[in-house]
Structures are given as structure tokens and as C-alpha cells.
Design a protein around this ligand. Sequence first.
Ligand SMILES: Cc1ncc(COP(=O)(O)O)c(C=O)c1O
Length: 374
Amino acid sequence: MSFISERSATVAPFRVMKILGAAHKRDDALVLCVGQPATSAPTPVIRSAHHWLDAHTLGYTPTLGIPELRQKIAEYHNANPDNVVVTTGSSGAFVALFLAVLDPGDTIVMTRPGYPAYRNTLAALGAHIIDLPCGPDTRFQPTVDKLAHIQPTPRAVIVTSPDNPTGTIIDLEELRRIAGWCEEVGCLLISDEIYHGISYGRPCASARDYSHRAVTVGSLSKYFSMTGWRLGWLIVPDDLVEPLENLEANLALCPPAISQYAALEAFTPESRVELDAHVADYARARDVLLQELPSMGLGNFAPPDGGFYLYIDISHLTDDSEQWCDQLLHDTGVAIAPGVDFDPIDGHKYVRVSFCVSLETIRAACDRLRQWLG
Ligand SMILES: Cc1ncc(COP(=O)(O)O)c(C=O)c1O
């Protein structure tokens, strides 16, 4: 007899993790399949973590996060600390937020391609997901014109900018229009801004610059280079604070204490210098890829405006990106992600390359790819 719920049985696996597992079995692997900075947390954060470990008991903290950290996050976003909810990674933020704003069967719109955990978490929670196909014509980002066609009006829409897997940043005027449309029709705008701080020239705005009804999602994982510390946050309108506090008190009790105290140092000028140097490294890695990939026939990608991903159309080479990635890894040790995780319909034509790795790794991967492709 099985006790697996119908909902959880429908949750798809994350294929990136399968590729990563296979890559870790090889000594010569070049891992360009995960969105995780190769660098550690900033030095002041690590120093501070040592101090807090030695000096404090580190029990539960307030559910919404320690007031000092809520204050720092509020300053970072130019928001009111009362509207900040600190969570266990932005992944924890999404679960709590979805539970707070959606009833089973409520509709929520996400872009396709898009970050797979939205889809999988929403499916597990019984939400009705509407895919918004977004291609090169809109730089893989949603537009009001596309949203306005959805009937009846959805309860919520997720915008991700800079995006995963495409790296595109939504046009500021379009974000303003979407924020206005959401207010007008009564749709909650959820803005995933966890890649903010990593961009390559194109301006990037917060949805809350345009609407105080919007929810901003943030994280220490990407720009702050602190994936394993599991800290994220929500900036929410006043009426959502209490329901989220009630939910979080049951889901998590509180975010990790040691991470919260140490993270107070993540926002200091000393840390920011270190973190900005990582962004400069990503920019160099991106430059190498922008130069190398087209010359080996892999030049059909979305403009990588921010974050650290390139989403490449490989339809001229295969119609099975998963098999292609498996073969590439097998033959060369280069691990990249098949598009099927991000797009269940057209992802078989795409692959995603992560470039938050060292320049040597990028160069070596390009050499092996070029040789493999002939
Ligand atoms: C777009 C996007 N949102 C959210 C997350 C979750 O990140 P975390 O839980 O580490 O904050 C990721 C992770 O890669 C992501 O790419």
C-alpha cells in the first residue's frame, strides 16, 4: 500500500540535479549546470559567523526575522522594515507566499520557460498554473498584452528579472505597465528579484518601485554568494504580514539563526566590494562565452542581461536536449542543463549554461565543446 499523495506524485524531478550527480562521479567534470556561485560568503560574514557561534546560544529567533536584519533588508530595498519577512531561502518564501495568497484551484501565471520550482511547488499546493509562452520577441519576458488575454483574470502573476533560465531583464516600461495592470484588474504581482545586483549594463528595477501592492522576493543566495546559508525574504503589503507570520510560525518557526546574525555583515561596504568583484568575474566569463559560443554554432541565445545564465537554442543540433546534455557530459565531462526543466513544451530544443564559475573553467569548457562539436 502506498501513501504517496496524488499531488506529490505529479511533481516533476529537477533534471539539473541528475546531471549534477553524474558530473560529481567524474574527476574531470566542468560543472556549468547549477546556479550557484563558486565563491564563499563575503569575508565579514564568515568572521561574524565565528563570533556568533562562540558567543551566543543561537536559539529560535522572531518568526519574521531578527529586527536588525529586517532593517538592513528594508534599507537595501528602500522599504519599511515592518513589511519585511525573512525566510529560509527564497524557496521558503515562495512556499509561504503561495500558501498565503492562493487557495487550491486559484490561477497563477508564470512564464514558459521559467524557474521550475515555481511550477513544481504550485502543483504540489494544488494551484492552477497558466503558462505564458514567452520567446525572443519579448525577450522571454511577459507583457501586459499577453497577460490581458488571460480570462478570467488570474489571482497572481510571477515576473522573474533577471530571469532564470534566460538571463533577460524585463524592460522597465513594461514592468511599470504590468504593475499598473495588476493594480487595475486586482491581480497580485509577485516579482522574483533574487538575481538583482548581477547585471551587465541594462537597467533593472524593483516591482515595488511601481506598485506598493506588489510582492518582492529576495535572497542571499546569488549576488550575496550565500546559497547554503538559506536566507531569503519577502517585501509584502501590510495586510500580508500577519498571515505570513502565522504560516511561517508553523512552517519554519524562524529562519536559521546563525545565518541571520552573520548576514548583518553582508550589506556592509566591505562585503559589497567583495561581491561586486564576483559580478565583475561573471561579466568576464560572460564575455568569453559571448565571443566563443557563436563561433561554434551556439549563438542563438537570449540576451544575457543579468544573473549568470545563457539559454541557448540548439534545435539545429537535436530535438532531445536531455539526451544531448547526457552525451556531452559522457563524452567531454562538460555538464550543462537541458531546457526541459524550464520548459516542458519547447525545452527539448534548449540548454542552459551557468557561468558563475572561474574563467579557467569557462575556457576549458569552451575548448572541449568546440572539439566535441567539430
Ligand atoms: C529564479 C529563482 N528563484 C528562486 C530560487 C531559489 O533560490 P534560494 O532558495 O536559494 O533563494 C532560484 C534558485 O536558483 C531561482 O533561480
